[in-house]
Write a protein that binds this ligand. Structure first.
Ligand code: HEM
Length: 273
């Protein structure tokens, strides 16, 4: 990511302050803090139960359809899904660190392959959990997360193709888009918490069918994707005013993400550890 790269360059005195780069670095650090908490929760809550075969322990946490007695394939798909969830969440953060890319390119390549594989497994497995196992509370939510799965598959294919073709500028763009949509389920949790803190939960329905639920069902992937797109365009050929506006947007997004992540840790994750 060029803007984070930029923060590693020596600063020349006459150079205009790179607010877009600084804001992108801040936003990345906020995302990293929130995703590390999510990874810690998955490792502590789902790994011991899934790896030891004690699937019934999943249901200590409210789920739509976690462990179901007699449903061997559904339980195995769920186990694979939560095991891969930690790989993709942590792996995505590693992929975006410029120092790792430049100093240890082999780590970037191998972690990239693992990231693409886990993206594929989570998107296809998630589609099966939703439509094959019938894990949904309302159809709009099911369509929203299915759209996310399709975006993950499309962007993963583009990130892979451009890397193979050594078109690295294009690869960076598709990889960032992939990161945005592959983080959607995490954005959804953080979004619920940030909205809950700000509004007291207005528009959230009992079966996740209120106006805010419907908005977030699609916004969990489309909103981060839109912000990523603005960032890419401002960085490539934005006017100084456009760069400053996108920098402000990234700064505010980072603050919202920090608040939502703290809320998710306190309300959604730590109570079950
Ligand atoms: C790509 C990144 C993804 C990650 C990191 C991820 C992570 C998770 C986690 C941690 C859970 C356990 C529920 C919880 O404790 O909150 C879960 C459940 C689930 N996921 Fe995903 N997931 C991803 C993608 C998807 C996609 C694309 C779909 C659908 C197309 C999907 C469908 C589901 C379903 C249906 C469940 C079961 C929910 C329940 O029973 O309450 N996931 N996922």
């Amino acid at each position: 990511m060029a803007t984070i790269d930029a923060s590693f360059e020596p600063v020349r005195p006459a150079r205009r302050a790179d607010w877009l780069g600084r804001a992108a670095t801040f936003c990345y650090l906020a995302i990293a803090a929130g995703q590390l908490l999510f990874t810690a929760f998955i490792l502590a809550f789902y790994y011991p139960s899934s790896l030891s075969g004690n699937f019934a322990a999943w249901n200590a946490k409210p789920l739509i359809k976690g462990f179901v007695a007699g449903d061997a394939s559904g339980n195995l798909f769920f186990a694979a899904h939560v095991l891969m969830a930690a790989v993709i969440t942590f792996g995505g953060l590693v992929q975006l660190v410029p120092a790792i890319r430049s100093r240890w390119p082999a780590v970037h390549r191998w972690n990239g392959r693992l990231y693409l594989l886990s993206a594929l497994a989570l998107a296809l497995g998630g589609l099966w959990l939703t439509w094959g196992r019938g894990t949904w509370l309302n159809l709009i939510g099911a369509f929203g997360i299915s759209l996310d799965a399709l975006l993950i598959l499309a962007f993963a294919a583009m990130a892979y193709r451009t890397a193979r073709a050594r078109r690295f500028a294009d690869h960076r763009r598709w990889a960032l888009r992939l990161f945005a949509v592959a983080s959607a389920v995490w954005f959804m949790r953080v979004g619920y918490m940030a909205w809950g803190i700000a509004s007291g939960g207005a528009g959230i329905g009992k079966a996740m069918d209120g106006p805010f639920d419907i908005f977030l069902a699609f916004a969990n992937s489309l909103l981060p994707l839109a912000v990523t797109e603005l960032y890419l365009r401002a960085g490539a050929h934005g006017t100084p005013a456009a760069k400053t506006s996108v920098a402000a947007l990234l700064g505010v997004s980072g603050l919202v993400i920090l608040a939502g992540s703290a809320g998710a840790w306190m309300m959604m994750w730590s109570p079950y550890l």
